[in-house]
Design a protein around this ligand. Structure first.
Ligand code: IPE
Ligand code: IPE
Ligand code: MG
Length: 253
């Protein structure tokens, strides 16, 4: 095969990586430590992965930090997670800003304390003009919530007259999701060994490549992410076409 042909087949890096950071509790339990230690170790892993994604020129990294179902945990754990979230924002916003990273949150923030909501807004405002990595943190996020809020927004626009008799199509729904300005994830990663989506980005994952690893989140490092990206690049994405159509480049993906 000529080097040109190899170039032609060289797959692109994922533009958008979405990760379910799972396994913090088990990481701590394995060490006979309280679960809180696992969550703290998880924050360190976030730092490394953000740094690596920036170096690799990934456009968007979405991290699932707290699901709309995680309120069901013991209240001590929920309150520990909220304090850790606040402390992490206080410490990291300036660092993210210095690294030209744009911070975004998706999820229903109305359930959070006003201090936390203000900090989130401050982080978004301070970093909104940055144009290296976009770091999206999904907090109190659920795929079902995202679709419900999209439909509510459409309904609201119909009632105010901003939208008249809209055609309910994919574009309309996309435009009202919390990720309306972002490309869909190319690569989904779940650490911690479970093979489920747990109500994460249900609409947006329609054609995402899935990667599950038993590695617990606090142990997930640059090498582990490089391995996931390598697996992604070895796959042929077809979006409904045949493998031949994709190889012959007779279709645009
Ligand atoms: C993921 O780790 C972090 C959050 C859900 C906040 P877990 O806390 O779910 O860890 P395991 O699954 O119990 O090991
Ligand atoms: C999913 O992890 C949510 C986050 C990582 C934030 P969980 O550990 O809560 O998922 P389930 O409940 O085991 O599916
Ligand atoms: Mg878990």
């Amino acid at each position: 095969m000529s080097s040109n042909a190899i170039d032609r087949l060289e797959p692109a890096n994922p533009r958008h990586i979405a990760i379910i950071m799972d396994g913090n509790g088990r990481w701590a339990q394995k060490r006979l430590l309280p679960r809180a230690f696992g969550h703290q170790a998880g924050v360190k892993a976030v730092r490394k992965i953000v740094e690596y994604c920036t170096e690799q020129k990934v456009e968007v990294l979405t991290l699932f930090a707290f699901s709309s179902e995680n309120w069901r945990r013991p209240k001590e754990e929920v309150s520990l997670l909220m304090s850790l979230f606040m402390a992490t924002l206080q410490r990291e916003i300036n660092i993210l800003d210095r690294n030209n990273i744009r911070l975004r949150f998706i999820g229903d923030r109305s359930a959070f304390s006003s201090q936390l909501q203000n900090k989130m807004t401050e982080g978004e405002t301070q970093t909104q003009a940055n144009d290296a990595l976009t770091l999206v943190i999904a907090v109190n996020y659920g795929g079902h919530w995202d679709m419900c809020q999209a439909f509510r927004k459409v309904l609201e626009k119909i009632s105010t007259g901003e939208l008249e008799n809209p055609d309910i199509n994919e574009q309309l729904i996309n435009q009202h999701l919390s990720t309306s300005d972002l490309p869909d994830p190319d690569l989904f990663i779940r650490t911690g060994g479970e093979q489920r989506v747990s109500n994460f980005m249900l609409w947006q994952l329609a054609y995402t490549e899935m990667y599950f690893t038993p590695t617990l989140w606090p142990d997930f490092d640059q090498h582990a992410l490089a391995e996931a990206i390598k697996s992604f690049k070895s796959r042929q994405r077809r979006f409904g076409h045949t493998g031949e159509q994709v190889l012959n480049k007779s279709v645009t993906l």
